[in-house]
Structures are given as structure tokens and as C-alpha cells.
Design a protein. Sequence first.
Length: 205
Amino acid sequence: MTGGTEATAIVLCGGRTSRFGGEKAHAPVGGRRVIDRVMEVAGQVCGQVVAVTSAGKGDLRLPEGALVVADAFPGTGPLGGICTGLRHAASDLAVVAGCDLPFLNAPLLRFLLGRADGFDAVVPRLADGRAQPLHAVYRCTCLGEMERQLAAGRLSIWRVLEQLPTRYVGEEACRALDPDLLSFFNLNTPDDLARANRLAAGQDG
């Protein structure tokens, strides 16, 4: 898989939750598994794609060329997955995305990469104040702080971002490239999956 930049894409392939009732990565959206939709956009944007999987995820059947690595920090949530991915990144910058984001937007991801000069992280923040650390850009210089927090048993991504030079990108800038902010729509429940399929079919405004 080859993309248009020297950046790495890190796709976090955990995602079984009691609310969703199964493996998010395998969920069909618009007739395709959501993981395939995510990997396609990741490959368009980045020259390397790293899929971080938890134990028992060997059946994901990822596209040829993706580097599949086991989470080095099992049980530590997204922070451990991001840290694992950065350890395997072949570039200084990495786009991080969850495997449950069926409507990733390649121009928006490229925009975030372009805002990284002078910062260790670039994170969208919506008008209601919610930041989106699982749809963000991280520099490999984040690794030291991430590893320190993990070693101390502190698993909050927010704590890491507080300790690093972080650029927050506001909702208006995101909407310029993704007017409906569908990039941030993720699958948490069966109702979310049903809505994602309506969106994919063009039936949901």
C-alpha cells in the first residue's frame, strides 16, 4: 500500500465492545467491511500503513502491504496501541485512526499532517470542546512521554497531550474539508452501524 506522503498511518484494530456486540472491524458498511474502508483511505494518504492488533485478531485479512503488529501494551487501551504503532513507524509523522471510522476523509487527514510543523501532535477539536485523539497526527517524539505514562500505569491520552506541544484544529477548519464531520462518526452500537449504512447509501442527510 502506497500513499502520497512519507507519513505512516496507524490503524488501531481493537474494537470489540459489549455495546456493539461484535468485532467492529468486520462490520459491513456499504457492502464493505469498515476496516477495508479505513485501510483504503489510510493507503491513499500515507506511504506506510501499520495495523495494531490485539490478541486473537489474526483473522482480519488486511490488504497486502499493511504491516500487522501485535499491541505491545495489551490491556492499556488506545494509548498502548498508538505507542506500539509509533514504535514501528518508518516516518516521523503518523496519522492515527480507529478501525471503526467508516467515513475517513483523505483531504482532512492530509490537512492535519500539514499542520504538524513545530508540534508533536495535531488533534481536531469540535465546537462542543470534544477533542478527537483517535483521528489525529502524532510525531514519533511523542514516544518517550507515552512510554513514561504507560510505565506509571496512566493510560489517558489527554495527559500525554497536556505534556507535549499539541496543536488543536477547530471545527470550522475541519468542516471546510468535511462539511458534515463524518470523519469522526464511529461505530459504538448497532444503531450506529445502521446509520452508517444509511449514510453510505446516501439515504441519511
